[in-house]
Every structure is written in structure tokens, then in C-alpha cells.
Design a protein around this ligand. Structure first.
Ligand SMILES: [Zn+2]
Length: 272
């Protein structure tokens, strides 16, 4: 009796082991998407890049939103000498090769691999397409974050920390240098206008004396999806609202006439 029970336990254990082995061997072929398990390419011959991809991306977003619309209005082209020029962002080419297909689907434009999140695609770029970074250029957009208020955009908590006058002065200096190099006053009226604009939009807020907020001139105006959704909802619910009001009023009318009838009948003397 005890022997057969032991045998059964042993066979169940064997079955469980084989199942475990099967799962372990079949799982890599099952998953189509990558979750950052991309094996790092050997980096012996590569030089290290000390530039934050995330902060460079934030700086680019700020340029795109708070500067480009105003440059487009003036039909102004940045020179490659200007550090805000796209060619001075080492990650620009890789960022252009990202496609956000679905909420949890990011595709690498170089090798068409699919990833579940942007951070995994970033890791993939670092590991697999490292050689495509224009490192020799040595231009890091994240270095301009101080002037462009990246922290203001990335996390608002840091604003609660005490203002450092030396840091503010340093950022203001960097900001004014950008204005001078990107929009030289001697280059015509549009450059002069943009120079002035840049100082107001980005540089004025680098101060501890007053609570000034950056991007005082606003950003790109877009027909927000939110407003579109709100207007569609209003248009949908307005007829419904009127219908409900109409039905309610009709109901009230019929009730009052019924009440009148009942009260008339009520006055009639009961037959004894
Ligand atoms: Zn790739």
C-alpha cells in the first residue's frame, strides 16, 4: 500500500518536472514582443555617451512646443551653429525612428522590432543601434536643459525646492547665449524679433527675485482632442435633454388634467 503511494508521488513529481522543462524551452519562441531582454552588444570599441536621452527628449519637446511655432510664424531657419538646431541633438535620428503604433506597442524603425514600452525601445537603441549615435558630433541637447526649463516640464515638484541664485544666474547666462547665437540681432528684423521673444519666453524666468513662470508667451495652439470630445458630447446630449424636458412637461400636463377629472368626479354625490 505504502509502496504504491510512494510510486504515485514519484510519478507526479516526474510529470511536474517534464512540464516545467517543456514550458522553459517553449516560452522564448512564444513571445513576439520584447520587454527589454535585448542582449547588450559588445561595447569594447564604443565610447561612452554621457548625455541623458530622457532630458534631451524633454528639451526637444520644449523647443518643438514653445519655440518652433513662433519661428514658423517668422519663417525663420536656425543655423547649424545654434545649439537648438536638430543636428545638435545626438538622439534626434533615433527618436525619429520610433513609431508608437498602439498603447503598448513601440516599433524600432531600423530593424522593425516591437516593444511593449518606450523605455524598452530606448534600451534597445542603446544596445543594438549604439553605432548610429552621432557621438563624434558631441552635442548633447540635455546640456541646455537648465536654460530651457526641462525640470519645470518634467516634474513640477522640483519647483518647490529653494531657488539657488547662482544656478539661476548661470542658467540665465546660458539662455542669453542661446538667444545671441541662434537669433543674431544683425541678421534682420525676424531674427531681432525672435531674439526678443526668446529672452521673454525662456530667459526672464531665470530669477529668484520674482515668481516668474517660463513660457510666458504660450505654446503651440492645438485643437485639443479633449475639447473636440466635449463638443461632440454636448451636441449629442442637447437633443436628449430637450426630449426629456418635453416628455416631463407632457407628463405633468396629463397628470394635472387627470387630477382635474378626478376632482370633478369626486364632487358628484354618491348614490345611496
Ligand atoms: Zn532596432
Amino acid at each position: 500500500m505504502g509502496e504504491t503511494r510512494g510510486c504515485a508521488v514519484y510519478s507526479i513529481f516526474l510529470l511536474w518536472m517534464t512540464l516545467q522543462l517543456c514550458c522553459a524551452t517553449s516560452s522564448p519562441s512564444q513571445s513576439q514582443t520584447n520587454q527589454g531582454t535585448d542582449v547588450a552588444a559588445p561595447r569594447e570599441e564604443q565610447t561612452e555617451v554621457h548625455c541623458s536621452r530622457e532630458r534631451s527628449r524633454a528639451a526637444w519637446k520644449i523647443i518643438e512646443e514653445y519655440l518652433m511655432p513662433f519661428m514658423e510664424k517668422q519663417k525663420y531657419q536656425l543655423s547649424s551653429q545654434c545649439r537648438l538646431h536638430p543636428s545638435n541633438d545626438i538622439f534626434r535620428d533615433q527618436e525619429k525612428h520610433k513609431s508608437h503604433i498602439d498603447i503598448n506597442e513601440w516599433r524600432c524603425g531600423y530593424c522593425k522590432k516591437i516593444f511593449r514600452a518606450e523605455k524598452y525601445l530606448d534600451q534597445h537603441f542603446d544596445n543594438r543601434h549604439y553605432n548610429l549615435l552621432n557621438v563624434s558630433h558631441g552635442k548633447c541637447l540635455a546640456d541646455l536643459c537648465g536654460a530651457l526649463h526641462c525640470d519645470f516640464v518634467m516634474n513640477s515638484q522640483s519647483l518647490k525646492t529653494k531657488c539657488n541664485p547662482a544656478a539661476a544666474a548661470r542658467n540665465r547666462h546660458l539662455c542669453e547665449n542661446l538667444a545671441d547665437s541662434c537669433f543674431p540681432i544683425n541678421e534682420g528684423p525676424s531674427a531681432t524679433r525672435l531674439h526678443e521673444f526668446f529672452l521673454r519666453q525662456f530667459c526672464d524666468a531665470h530669477t529668484c527675485s520674482r515668481a516668474r513662470k517660463p513660457f510666458s508667451r504660450g505654446g503651440r495652439k492645438r485643437t485639443s482632442v479633449f475639447y473636440l470630445a466635449i463638443s461632440v458630447l454636448v451636441l449629442m446630449f442637447l437633443p436628449l435633454f430637450y426630449l426629456i424636458v418635453y416628455l416631463y412637461q407632457r407628463e405633468m400636463k396629463t397628470q394635472t388634467t387627470q387630477l382635474k377629472r378626478i376632482s370633478k368626479h369626486g364632487r358628484k354625490p354618491k348614490p345611496s
